[in-house]
Every structure is written in C-alpha cells, then in structure tokens.
Design a binder for this molecule. Sequence first.
Ligand code: SAH
Ligand code: SF4
Ligand code: F3S
Length: 437
Amino acid sequence: MTKFYHITTYGCQMNVHESEKIAGILAELGYESCENIEDADIAVFNTCCIRENAENHAFGNIGMLKKLKKNKRDMIIAVGGCLTQQIGKAETLHDMFPYVDIIFGTHNLGKLKDYILKKRTQKKAVIEVLESEGEICEDNKPLRTSYPNAWINITYGCNNFCSYCIVPYVRGRERSRRSENIIKEAEELISLGYKEITLLGQNVNSYANGTDDISFPELLKRIASIEGKFRLRFMTSHPKDFSEELAKVIAENPKICHSVHLPVQSGSNSVLKAMNRKYTVEDYLKKVDILKKYVPDCTLTTDLIVGFPNESDQDFEDTKKLVEKVGFSSAFTYVYSKRNGTVAAKMEGQIPEEVSKKRIMSLIELVNSLTRQQSKEYVGKTVEVLCEDYDKKRGLYLGRDEYGRMAYFKSEQDVLGEFLLVKVTDANGISLTGDIV
Ligand code: SAH
Ligand code: SF4
Ligand code: F3S
C-alpha cells in the first residue's frame, strides 16, 4: 500500500529548501506526497521562530492535529526546524502535544530517516535536538518542487548576532560548503533543465571566510560561467560585507540578475547601532552607490524592522527617508518581535504595540507606493520573463523578469520553464500583465 506524506513549511527560503531535503528522505522511505494533511501517513512540520507569530502559527497547526491523530493512530507526526532548536522547546512541545511522535532540530535533519524507522518500532516518542552543529551533511538529496527554480545552500548558520535575531542561536555558527560541491550541484541542476539558481545563506558575502576556499564573488563567477541559459541569484547579502569586487562580478556576468536583496533594517544610526548591524546609514548608501556605479540598472530590495526598542518617531522618519532615497523596488516590512535569549529582548524601551502598528502601516504604504510607481513605468515595455507557474484561478501563466517583477500572461501552450518576451500592457499594483510577443 502506498504511504503518503505532507510537509508544512514555515519561515525563510532556507526552510523551504530544507523541506525539499525532508521530502527527499521521505521519498527514499517510499512515501509519496499528498495535498491534504488528512490523507497523510506522516506529517512533518518544518517550523520557524524568527518572530512570535511564526511560532504561534506552528503551535496552532500542530495543535489542530490532535483530533486527526486520535482517529488515525498509525499516523506519524514529526516536528523539526528552528522552533524545536530553541533551548527547552522540544520539552515544551512534548508536554503540550504528547501525540507528536518525532521532534528533531536543525542540526540533525539528516537523521530523520533513522528517527522514522525507530518510531515505527516503538511506542515512545523519538526526541533528539543536538546542541552543536557538527559537520555539513552532503548526503541529503532534495526532492525539488520548484522547477524551474532551484535553491542551493552555500552556507549554514550565522555569526553576526544582530541583537534582535534568533537565527544564530537556532542555526549555530556559520559554516560554508566546499565550493566544488556547490559548483557540481549547480552543474547538475542546469543539465537537468533548471533555469534559475538561487544561492542561499544568512550572509552569502562572508562565504568561506577564514578557510582556504574561494571567495563568494569568485564562486558566483564560476557558477555564472557554466554553459547554458539560466539565471543566477543569491540571498542574503549583509550590507557590511557587500564588496566592490562583488558589484564588478555582477556587472561582468550577464547570468547574474541585476537585482540584489540588501536588508537595511533601519534608517537610523542609533537604531542600527543598537541592532548590532555594524554599518551606518552612510555606509549603506555608499554600498548602494558602488553597486549602481557598476550595475546602473540594478534594483534593490530590502528588509525593514519597525518598533525596535527605543525607536523614536524621528528614527522612524529617518527609515522612511532612506527608503525613499534608495527607491527600493520592494521590501519585506516587519514589526519587531521580542525573541527570548537575544540581546534586544533585555533592552529597556520596548515600543508599545499601537505605536509599532501605526509605523508599519505607514511604512507599508510608502513601500507599496514605490512599487506601484515602478510598475507603472513598465507599461509599454517588453521584458524577458522566466515562466515559473500557472495560476489556475486566473487561467494565466506567470513569470518574473530579472529584476524580480512578476508578470501574468496568456499562453495556449505549456510554457513553464521557458524564457519569453512579454509586452507589458497593464500594471496592477505589484504585478504586471502583458502579452507574449
Ligand atoms: N540573514 C538575513 C535575514 C534573516 S531573517 C539578513 O541578515 O538579512 C529575515 C529578516 O527577518 C531579517 O532581515 C529581519 O528584517 C527580520 N527579523 C529577524 N528577526 C526579527 C525579529 N526579532 N523581529 C522582527 N523581524 C525580525
Ligand atoms: Fe539574523 Fe543578523 Fe544573522 Fe541575518 S545577519 S540571520 S539578521 S543575526
Ligand atoms: Fe529561517 Fe525562520 Fe529559521 S526565518 S532560519 S526558518 S527562524
């Protein structure tokens, strides 16, 4: 009898890709994917804890499985990811949801197969969260679900300890994969027909620092010189480590997209200092200038946090000023969320929720107006898009141009994974609509 799995993913691209690795492990055990969790013989929750709401979301969904598990006693429920990696969280989870069968952390994803096999032979829950990172495991073959896009991890963990952020605590210290393994993976993906490769790391710019391996710009150059038509992206770039050499490599290698995600977080120097970001607004603008000097058409996207402890009205105004000045093409905007164990959690001057709410609304409005304005400038132009999906509801295909802008269009044939020229006829907020030419 066929066995089915369902994976619920929370959090960042890194987690989405890790769910592909989990899917690979489940496929190896003979499970097939299913859409509805009710049909699954094994349900895996790959959790995130970057903000409180991510955590609550996961808790809520795991809680909802109690009833299902009651009627389906053989179903295995596994919980992994960043949430479980927090100190004491595995025990809390086990106490709250005793029907969860397997709890594992971010450092031992590769052992999930063993945990499942063990669970099949015992009644007791299998709980293992490792404290230390260990060696990078190259064995997990992901079952990719995002054709024509493919993600490749280049680093794991983070050494930056931004004062608000829990990632260094749940992902451990920064470790880089060997460049030969990364390049080999990229070559394989391209030969399989993948058309967009995104290199992933919390701070890709510090790739291989302190080792004898090649630098990040050199790694990009080597991947960009692989034969075939494809796009190359990377995220995330920490502004403090964004170099002129990197800007040059982007300019000189046409396969690297002219769109860089450069999270600024705040436009106030005192807030940036308290965040431990290690750059000032002036440093950030200098990096933007360097990038634009070599790649004039490069667009920028960013992450912004409002309501960091002690953020004044003036600090917030300075953030808006910076957003306007840089003219980001889009931005992820977040309300600061206190994370236990981080330095900022102990700071005085936490901002009341109503103030943060007001600020985020005003910031979203500003970011959206920039995005809308830039969308309008597209009307009448022809852009090259990579077709990435089909929207069943609208009966339209959708793709993105190299700057990351989404465009909808009609096609009688299946054009998924193809590069197409689309003439933009309409701009609708963030996305565009057009016709294949
Ligand atoms: N390594 C990446 C980002 C990882 S987390 C970087 O440094 O850019 C993604 C984003 O979540 C961050 O850029 C930040 O804007 C946001 N974030 C992280 N911790 C947060 C917190 N405690 N509250 C609100 N937003 C947070
Ligand atoms: Fe978190 Fe900062 Fe590391 Fe990004 S660079 S993961 S924000 S600590
Ligand atoms: Fe990503 Fe969330 Fe972990 S943002 S690194 S899944 S805490």
